[in-house]
Design a protein around this ligand. Structure first.
Ligand code: SF4
Ligand code: SF4
Length: 102
């Protein structure tokens, strides 16, 4: 099983902003209901600018078992954040999780 399924820290650590062209209403994959369009060109996953942040698409318990409700339709930044990257390790640290081994 991928470490991500037992983690979810990065889905509750960063703002997730992406081009409005990734929204379903614009022909992209991301369901509009889970995002807010906050400028003419950018959208943001709901919940990711809350304090503390937590993406509205995330279910489960961080560090235990989690799932992304729109995994196949998630926006670009979610594809780009790689398991084991600096951003991944920072998010894990923020949630008190051990770093992934290199
Ligand atoms: S913080 Fe890293 S291990 Fe955790 S879900 Fe994100 S990419 Fe996966
Ligand atoms: S859309 Fe899915 S992968 Fe992206 S931050 Fe939200 S829960 Fe995580």
């Amino acid at each position: 099983m991928s470490s991500c399924q037992q983690c979810g820290a990065c889905c509750a650590a960063y703002r997730v902003d992406f081009s409005v062209h990734e929204l379903m209403s614009e022909g992209g994959p991301v369901p509009d209901g889970l995002a807010l369009a906050f400028t003419g060109s950018l959208a943001r996953m709901r919940g990711t600018d809350h304090s503390p942040p937590r993406c509205a698409a995330l279910s489960g318990r961080i560090g235990k078992r989690v799932g992304c409700g729109i995994y196949e339709w998630r926006p670009g930044p979610c594809h780009e954040l790689e398991e084991g990257s600096d951003a991944c390790q920072r998010a894990r640290a923020r949630h008190g999780l051990l770093p992934l081994p290199n």
